[in-house]
Ligand binder design. Sequence first.
Ligand code: XMP
Length: 480
Amino acid sequence: MVEIKLKLSYDDVLLSPNKAIVNSRSQISTKTKLTKNIALHIPVVSANMDSVTEAEMAIAMARRGGIGIIHRFLSVEDEAEEVRQVKRADNFVIEEPYTISVEKKLGDVKELMQLRGVNGLVVVEGEKLRGIITNRDVIFQIDLDVPVAELMTPFERLHTGGPDLTIGQAKEIFKTTKIEKIPLVDSEGNLRGLVCQKDISKIEKYPYASRDKKGRLLVGAAIGTKPDFMIRAKALLDAGVDVLVIDVAHGHSTRVIEVLQEIKRTFKHVEVIAGNVATAEGTRELIEAGADGIKVGVGPGSICTTRIVSGSGVPQLSAVMDCAKVAHEYEIPLIADGGIKVSGDVTKALAAGASTVMLGNLLAGTDESPGLLVLRNGDKYKIIRGMASFGAAMGRKYRLNGNSKTDDKELEDVVPEGVEAMVRYKGSVGDVLSQLVGGLRSGISYCGADSINGMWANANFVQITNSGLRESKSHDVNLV
Ligand code: XMP
């Protein structure tokens, strides 16, 4: 006889309270790991979906201590460009500042400043730094033929730094000199970058941001297993991506293992998350093939119909618990991907053994998600769509075909495992994250812990009935 196991999801359980060990939520740490070598201040990852994460979302997530994963339903060049935008966003050193040649005239300066949307240019002769010209130098000048050399602040009067200038040193220079820009030069006087005071202020506004060693925001990007996967992976790595996510609905497969191994073999220091899986065996095989993080979830997502269409999947809380038993053995972090509806689910997913949660639905309605606002009966919505929905599949076909013609055979081939839908507009990602993280801090405290890892040891799940679930929500009142 086939044994049928009982598997549970978030709504089937609650965390029984343990004696609190902190007096205030501020004493709780939400620090965690995304992969073996990437740490985050908050355990939240935005989903690699085309209605959730492109550069704007990834920037907002990283500034607040999480991370965004750029979706892969873009051309290779466009996906790499999204990554580049994130890496440029809060850069403390502009590695390739806009320059103008010392032989040019005021007219050229004005034109270039307008084109690039900047209020200053570095003046060079070949690679050599010759000066800086800013709005202040040109504002009252009418004669467009005046040479740049006559208007700029020349090299001799500039405060410069070496290519290894630290944030601390830059701050000191800004404080003592009241200048706004420091060009970086090497020992031969060649331009090697530019530091702007306003970029440092931006960095200080987000003290918990997820940053790389150079101070740039962290970002991940998804790849598939189609034959061009190496070209895509290389382009993303060249653009500066910090982590690749092998994004396949059924990630426990020979093909995913081959792709993972080839990437790890070719690019020595790359961090790779692989998935999605929902079982201990799947987790073990991907970890043994070299995964630095595992994405868990087959069918729990708000827009998923995989379980209905295919009959396959595992309720998400049990899936996370099963995978965690193996992942903790190897000290490889798990991402609980999909099905998170409220902050309590975040706590449950992490208490069950995940290190981060991936969110689609909860972030799709924010200002930072791609896509337009839709008005329906006076209320504001944004679109969310499953990446295996009919619309997403047809979009991919159009992109690959390079035109909008699709024949009947192609239409028949599409078996959607996702839907297209609307979610209520929610304002900024910052507001959504502060509510989620606030709820998580309370949850950790109720568990008698002061950190996510602490919850792994202390979590005390109880299974509830439908009456328990009904009792958990507000009830027998008319909400105002
Ligand atoms: P939430 O619940 O946060 O889930 O919206 C987001 C996750 O759902 C997965 N996803 C899909 N699963 N068919 C599926 O079965 C789809 O079309 C689909 N699109 C996204 C994905 O793991 C995502 O992170």
